[in-house]
Design a protein around this ligand. Structure first.
Ligand code: GAL
Length: 655
C-alpha cells in the first residue's frame, strides 16, 4: 500500500487547501509565485469544486482544472486532489430531493451551505461515484497528483426514509433475527417489542426518552454509512491509481466517526486541528489530537488543516500571536506529522469563510501571517531530512473507544455533568502536565508495547476488551482506570453489580453500592486531595493493597482510590494537580519517565526518533537543562548542557 512517504518523498508536506475557482486566473500566477516564496510543496485542490466541475447534470468542465494542475506541476507543487462530494451542486438537491438529509425532527437540510447529502441516498452515491470516476480517469496519470483526498470531514447524519431502510438492512446484518434485536435493545421496556423489521425507525423525535440501545446502534450505523461513502470513492480512485495514497480528513476528536475503524481504511491518516489561540490549554488540546492521530496512523500522519490566524466560527475569533503558528506546527511535527497544511491558502473575499484566515490573508504578502508562514516553510525544509519517516513512541497508552463514548453520551444518565470527552481531556492533560507523552489505543488492541495503560473512562467495554485488560495486568502491565468504566456491555446493558465482576475483582472492589455524582463546582474531600465531578460508595473486598479514603460527608472512610497489585481504580476525578501527581507517580513506578528531568511547566519535550523537540508554550523565555552536547537543527548551532528558548521558542536537538 502506498503511504505518506510516497507523497512526501523526504520532505515535510507544506501547504494547504487551495480554492482557485474563487479567483480570476491572473491570481493563480501570483499564488504560485508566493507558494514558491514560502516553500509550499503541496496543495489540496477541488474540495468544494463540484458545481464548477459539473455545472449541470452530467456535464464536465475540466479545462480550468487541467490548466491549474499543469501550472502547479510546472512550479514543482504537488496536488492532493479532492473528490468534491461534500458540497453537491444545487441542481442535485433540486432534481433529486432524495439526496438531502433529514434531521431527527424531519426537517430537510437544504443546499446553500455544504454537506447537504444523505449518506444513504442511492442517487447521491451514484452521482458522487460518477464524478469521482471521471476525475480519477482524467488526473490519475497527471504528474502533479500525489494523493487523493476523499470528500471532507464526513460528519452528517440522516433520519429520513432512505436512511431508515438502510438502518434496517444494517440491523438485519448485525442481529439476524428480530428476537436478537429485541433482546439487544431491551424492548421489553416501555412496550417497544418489534414484530416486523419495517417497524424500526431511526431514533426520530419522540415524546420522551428514546431507547438508548437504538440510539447507540444508530450512531454505529451512521459511522458505517459514511464509511461506505468513503470506501466507495476510495475504491474508484484506487482502481485507477493503486500507487497513489488515499486519505480523508478527520475532525479533531469528532464524535460521529469510529476513527479507529476509519483509519484502517486509509493510506494516510489526516486530521484538521484548530485549538483556540486564547485557550491556556490550547497546546494540550492540540497534543491530544496529535497523539490520537499518530496512534491511528501507527506512524507519520498528516496535519491536513490548521489556521494560520483566526478562525471565524467561535464567538470571538482571536488571531495567533507572533510565533504561535510556528510553535503549534512544530508541535505536530514533534508528534509525528510529516505534513503541515492549512485551511486555506488564500483568504476568501466572499462566502461564509471570508473572515477565516488563510496563509495569505487579506493583508497579502506583506501581512505578518504570510511572513510567518514563509519562515515556517524555511524551518520545515531545514529539518525535514532529519525528521520524516521517524516514529514518536510513547510508553503510555490512553484507551479510547467511540462506542463507549456513544453509549455514555445519552439522555437519562446519573449525571449530565460527566462528558466522556472532557474526562478524556482531563486525564490526558494530567499526563501532559506531568511531561509524559502518550499514545492512544483501542481497548481491544495489543498493548504489549506499553508499560502503563490508562483508562480515563470506558463506560462500555466488550468482553474481549475486558479480557484484554485482565491479560495485560496478568502479564505485568500497570493499569489505571477512572470511574464509570466497565459499567455496560456492548448492547448498553448494565453489567450485574453495576460494574463488570472481573474488573471489580481486579481492583479489589466487593460491592459498588451507589454512584454519587457531584454538582458542578462541588468537590469531595479525599485524603490529600479534592475529588470533582463524581464519587462512589464502594466497599473494598479486603484484597486491595492500597486505598485512599474519602474524608467527611456520606462516603467518609470509603475508598476513593484503590490499588490491587498493578491495577488502580479512581472512583472520582481528582483535581488537576492531584491527578497529575498521582499519574506521574504511577508512571514512574511502571518505569515511564519524562524525556528530561526538571522541565519547566510550560516546556514540552517530545522525542521523535533520535530527535528531541523542546517547545516553550510560554510567553516568557526559559532555560532548559539538556545534559550533553547536541545540535539544534533549527538554528544549526551546537547546544551544550542548557538551552534558552524564547517566547514560543522551539529547538530540535540531535545528539
Ligand atoms: C474545516 C473544513 C474547512 C473549513 C475549516 C474552517 O472544518 O474542512 O473546509 O471550513 O474547517 O476552519
Amino acid at each position: 500500500m502506498p503511504g505518506l512517504a510516497d507523497a512526501a518523498r523526504g520532505r515535510i508536506l507544506f501547504g494547504g487547501d487551495y480554492n482557485p475557482e474563487q479567483w480570476p486566473e491572473e491570481t493563480w500566477h501570483e499564488d504560485v509565485r508566493l507558494m514558491k516564496d514560502a516553500r509550499v510543496n503541496s496543495v489540496t485542490v477541488g474540495v468544494f469544486s463540484w458545481s464548477k466541475l459539473e455545472p449541470e447534470p452530467g456535464a464536465r468542465e475540466f479545462g480550468w482544472l487541467d490548466r491549474l494542475m499543469d501550472l502547479l506541476h510546472d512550479h514543482g507543487i504537488g496536488v492532493v486532489l479532492a473528490t468534491p462530494t461534500s458540497a453537491p451542486p444545487p441542481w442535485l438537491g433540486r432534481l433529486h430531493p432524495d439526496t438531502l438529509p433529514r434531521t431527527e425532527d424531519g426537517r430537510t437540510e437544504w443546499w446553500g451551505g455544504r454537506q447537504h447529502f444523505s449518506h444513504s441516498s442511492a442517487t447521491y452515491r451514484r452521482c458522487a461515484a460518477a464524478i469521482t470516476e471521471d476525475l480519477a480517469a482524467r488526473y490519475g496519470g497527471h504528474p502533479a497528483l500525489t494523493m487523493w483526498h476523499i470528500n471532507n470531514e464526513y460528519c452528517t447524519a440522516d433520519y429520513g426514509d432512505e436512511a431508515a431502510a438502510a438502518f434496517r438492512r444494517w440491523l438485519r446484518r448485525r442481529y439476524g433475527t428480530l428476537d436478537a434485536l429485541n433482546t439487544a435493545w431491551g424492548t421489553a421496556f416501555w412496550s417497544q417489542g418489534y414484530d416486523t423489521w419495517d417497524g424500526i425507525l431511526p431514533p426520530r423525535l419522540a415524546h420522551y426518552l428514546r431507547n438508548p440501545a437504538q440510539v447507540l446502534d444508530f450512531r454505529r450505523f451512521t459511522s458505517d454509512m459514511l464509511l461506505e461513502c468513503y470506501t466507495a470513492e476510495r475504491d474508484i480512485v484506487r482502481r485507477h491509481t493503486p500507487h497513489i495514497p488515499v486519505t480523508t480528513n478527520f475532525m479533531p476528536l469528532w464524535f460521529g466517526q469510529d476513527a479507529w475503524r476509519w483509519a484502517g481504511e486509509e493510506d494516510v491518516v489526516s486530521v484538521d486541528l484548530y485549538p483556540d489561540p486564547r485557550d491556556p490549554l490550547g497546546a494540550q488540546s492540540g497534543a491530544l489530537v496529535q497523539d490520537m492521530t499518530r496512534s491511528q496512523a501507527r506512524g507519520p500522519w498528516m496535519l491536513m488543516e490548521q489556521a494560520a490566524g483566526p478562525v471565524n466560527w467561535r464567538g470571538v475569533n482571536h488571531p495567533k500571536p507572533r510565533g504561535l503558528n510556528r510553535l503549534w506546527s512544530l508541535q505536530a511535527v514533534a508528534r509525528g506529522a510529516d505534513a503541515v497544511c492549512y485551511f486555506q491558502w488564500r483568504q476568501s473575499r466572499q462566502g461564509a469563510e471570508k473572515f477565516h484566515s488563510g496563509m495569505v490573508g487579506h493583508a497579502g504578502e506583506r501581512g505578518r501571517t504570510f511572513q510567518e508562514v514563509k519562515e515556517l516553510g524555511a524551518d520545515l525544509a531545514r529539518i525535514a531530512p532529519h525528521v520524516t519517516g521517524r516514529h514518536s513512541r510513547a510508553g503510555i497508552a490512553v484507551l479510547h473507544d467511540w462506542h463507549a463514548w456513544w453509549a455514555a453520551a445519552q439522555e437519562a444518565r446519573p449525571s449530565r455533568e460527566v462528558d466522556h470527552a472532557d474526562v478524556l481531556r482531563a486525564w490526558h492533560r494530567a499526563l501532559w502536565q506531568a511531561h509524559l507523552t502518550t499514545d492512544f489505543a483501542h481497548p481491544e488492541h495489543d498493548l504489549s508495547a506499553y508499560r502503563l495503560v490508562v483508562v480515563p473512562q470506558l463506560y462500555l467495554l466488550t468482553d474481549a476488551a475486558i479480557e484484554n485488560l485482565l491479560g495485560w495486568v496478568r502479564r505485568g502491565g500497570t493499569l489505571v482506570c477512572g470511574f464509570l468504566t466497565g459499567v455496560a456491555d456492548e448492547d448498553d446493558r448494565v453489567r450485574p453489580g453495576g460494574m463488570d465482576a472481573r474488573l471489580r475483582e481486579l481492583f479489589g472492589i466487593r460491592t459498588l453500592h451507589e454512584w454519587w455524582p457531584l454538582e458542578p463546582g462541588q468537590t469531595v474531600d479525599c485524603e490529600g486531595f479534592a475529588g470533582t465531578l463524581w464519587s462512589e460508595e464502594l466497599e473494598a473486598d479486603g484484597a486491595a493493597d492500597e486505598t485512599v479514603p474519602y474524608r467527611g460527608g456520606e462516603l467518609d472512610g470509603l475508598p476513593a482510590v484503590l490499588r490491587r497489585g498493578r491495577a488502580w481504580y479512581l472512583s472520582t476525578l481528582p483535581e488537576p494537580e492531584a491527578l497529575r501527581d498521582l499519574l506521574a507517580r504511577i508512571a514512574a513506578g511502571a518505569g515511564v519517565r519524562p524525556e528530561l528531568d526538571g522541565l519547566p511547566a510550560q516546556v514540552e519535550a517530545v522525542r521523535r526518533g533520535d530527535l528531541l523537540f523542546l517547545l516553550n508554550h510560554g510567553r516568557e523565555p526559559v532555560t532548559v537543562a539538556v545534559p550533553g552536547t547536541h545540535r539544534d537543527l533549527l538554528t544549526e548551532t551546537a547546544v551544550t548542557d542548557r538551552i534558552t528558548l524564547g517566547r514560543y521558542g522551539v529547538a530540535v536537538l540531535r545528539p
